[in-house]
Design a protein around this ligand. Structure first.
Ligand SMILES: [Zn+2]
Ligand SMILES: [Zn+2]
Length: 463
C-alpha cells in the first residue's frame, strides 16, 4: 500500500478498467496490438542476443514508398505558395507588439484594471485552446455542457488560431501522422521554425485539410457558424469586444494594446511551443516511438500541455499531466467542472496500462545502457554484467505478468458477455482481485528495475 501511494497509483483507474467493459475491450485490443508490435520476433531481430532480442525496438519505420513519389511531394514543399492572410497576422502582430508595447509602457500609464483584463484574457484564451479546441473537440476526452462549450469556443476564437474545423482537422492529422515529414502538418522533423510557426506561413501540402477526419464537428451547427463567419467573429471579439471593455475602463488604446495585441501574441507562441519545444526538449517516460516530450517547464506556459509524451501515447485521456502532482490546470478545470455537472464522461487510461508503458520504457533504457557498455569494449564491467543478467531475468518475469494480464482481459470480456446480470457482481469482485494482483506485480517490476539502475549508479527511472 505504501509503495502504491509513493508511486501515485491509486486503485481508481483499475476500478474504472474493471467497471467499463466496453472501454476494456478497446483498451485490451489496442494494448494487445501494441505488445504484438513490440514483442513479436522478426528475422532480423532473431539474430540479436537473447537479452537484446526481447526488448529491442521493433518500431523503426522502414520506408517502403517509391523514391520518385517522395521527391515529388518534397518538391511541393519547396514551392509552397505564401499564405498571405496567415503570414501577415503571424509576422505583423509580434513585430508590432515588440515595438509598440515598450514605447507605450514608457510613455503612458496602464491602469491595474487593464492589466487585470490582460490576465483574464490570457487565462481564457489559453485554457480555451487546451480544454476546448484540444481536449474537448480534437480528442473528445470529455463531454461539456453547452455553456462550457460555447465559453471555450468564444475563447478559442479570441485566440485567433483558426476555426475549430481547421484546428481540429490539423491536430488529428498531427496525431495520426506524427513526425511524418510529408503528412504531419507541423512535423518536428522539419525543425523548430517549421513546427513552431513556419507551417502556417505557406500553403504546404500537409496543411490542406479536407475535413474528412472531423465528421463529428462538421455536423455541429454552432461550429458551422463559427467556421463560416470566422473572420467576422475574430474581428468582433478582438477589436469590438476588447475596445468596448477599454471604453468601459476609460482606456481604449491601452486595452487594445495590452489585452488585445500583447495577449494575442503571447497566447499564440505559448500554444505554438506545444508543437515545437514539446517535441524537442524533455523526457520520454512512456514511448520513444515519436518526438513528443514531457516537460514541466513548458507545462507552465501551456496550461498543462507540456506533458506531451504522455499525451501522444494516451491521447484520449482528459489529463496530460497524469500524475496527481503534475502541473496541469486544464485537467483541474475539467475535473472541477465535473463536480458541478458542467462536464461529464471524463475519459482516463487505467493506471496499470500507464504503469506498463513506463516499465516498458525502463527496459528499453536498460538495453540502451547495456549497448553503450558493450560497445565500449568486449570486457564489460562486472557491475554492468550483473545488471545485464538482472534485466534479462526481470524482463522474462515481466513478459509473464503481461501474458497474465492479457489472459485476464480476454477472460473479462468473455465473462461480461456470458454471465447473467445477477452473477456479474460476484464475477466483478473476483476480477478486481485478479487485476489488483497483476497491478501489484507490475509495480514490483518497476521497483526492481529502479534497484537495478541504482546498482550501476544511474537513475533512469520514470515513475
Ligand atoms: Zn504533438
Ligand atoms: Zn492532441
Amino acid at each position: 500500500m505504501i509503495a502504491k501511494k509513493a508511486l501515485g497509483l491509486p486503485l481508481k483507474g483499475l476500478r474504472f478498467a474493471i467497471k467499463s467493459g466496453d472501454t476494456l475491450v478497446k483498451a485490451a485490443s489496442t494494448q494487445a496490438s501494441r505488445f504484438k508490435t513490440r514483442f513479436d520476433t522478426s528475422n532480423s531481430i532473431d539474430n540479436l542476443p537473447v537479452a537484446k532480442r526481447n526488448y529491442a525496438d521493433k518500431t523503426v519505420k522502414i520506408d517502403t514508398s517509391e523514391k520518385g513519389e517522395i521527391d515529388i511531394r518534397e518538391f511541393e514543399f519547396t514551392k509552397a505558395p505564401i499564405n498571405w492572410i496567415s503570414a501577415a497576422i503571424l509576422v505583423a502582430t509580434p513585430i508590432a507588439a515588440a515595438v509598440i508595447t515598450p514605447w507605450y509602457l514608457l510613455t503612458h500609464q496602464v491602469s491595474a484594471p487593464v492589466w487585470g483584463v490582460f490576465g483574464a484574457f490570457m487565462v481564457w484564451t489559453g485554457i480555451s485552446i487546451t480544454a476546448g479546441y484540444h481536449r474537448l473537440l480534437s480528442h473528445r476526452a470529455y463531454k461539456a455542457h453547452p455553456i462550457v462549450k460555447n465559453f471555450l469556443l468564444l475563447g478559442s476564437t479570441l485566440a485567433v488560431q483558426g476555426s475549430a474545423f481547421d484546428w481540429v482537422s490539423g491536430h488529428r492529422s498531427h496525431h495520426r501522422h506524427v513526425d511524418d515529414r510529408l503528412d504531419d502538418p507541423y512535423s518536428a522533423k522539419r525543425g523548430f521554425w517549421f513546427s513552431h510557426i513556419g507551417w502556417m506561413l505557406r500553403n504546404y501540402p500537409s496543411g490542406k485539410f479536407d475535413y474528412k477526419n472531423i465528421p463529428d464537428l462538421t455536423r455541429d451547427k454552432t461550429l458551422q457558424i463559427q467556421h463560416k463567419y470566422y473572420g467576422l467573429w475574430v474581428v468582433a471579439l478582438n477589436v469590438g469586444m476588447v475596445a468596448g471593455i477599454g471604453w468601459l475602463l476609460g482606456d481604449v488604446w491601452g486595452t487594445l494594446l495590452i489585452a488585445g495585441l500583447l495577449r494575442l501574441v503571447l497566447t499564440h507562441h505559448f500554444t505554438f511551443f506545444i508543437n515545437s519545444l514539446c517535441h524537442m526538449f524533455g523526457t520520454r517516460p512512456y514511448t520513444d516511438t515519436n518526438t513528443a516530450r514531457d516537460n514541466f517547464f513548458l507545462a507552465i506556459f501551456t496550461w498543462g500541455e507540456g506533458y506531451h509524451n504522455y499525451h501522444h501515447f494516451f491521447q484520449y485521456d482528459y489529463r496530460n499531466g497524469v500524475k496527481w502532482w503534475q502541473y496541469d490546470p486544464t485537467k483541474w478545470l475539467i475535473a472541477g467542472l465535473s463536480k458541478i455537472g458542467l462536464t461529464s464522461e471524463l475519459r482516463t487510461v487505467d493506471d496499470t496500462t500507464i504503469k506498463h508503458a513506463e516499465v516498458q520504457m525502463q527496459f528499453k533504457t536498460a538495453q540502451q545502457q547495456i549497448d553503450t557498455a558493450t560497445a565500449s569494449g568486449i570486457d564489460i564491467p562486472h557491475a554492468m554484467k550483473n545488471f545485464q543478467d538482472r534485466i534479462k531475468f526481470e524482463y522474462e518475469a515481466f513478459t509473464k505478468t503481461v501474458e497474465e494480464w492479457q489472459a485476464l482481459k480476454t477472460k473479462t470480456i468473455e465473462l461480461k458477455k456470458t454471465e447473467f446480470a445477477d452473477r456479474l457482481h460476484e464475477v466483478d469482485d473476483k476480477l478486481k482481485h485478479d487485476y489488483a494482483k497483476v497491478e501489484q506485480k507490475i509495480l514490483e517490476h518497476n521497483s526492481n528495475l529502479k534497484t537495478a539502475f541504482r546498482a550501476i549508479g544511474t537513475n533512469k527511472t520514470t515513475a
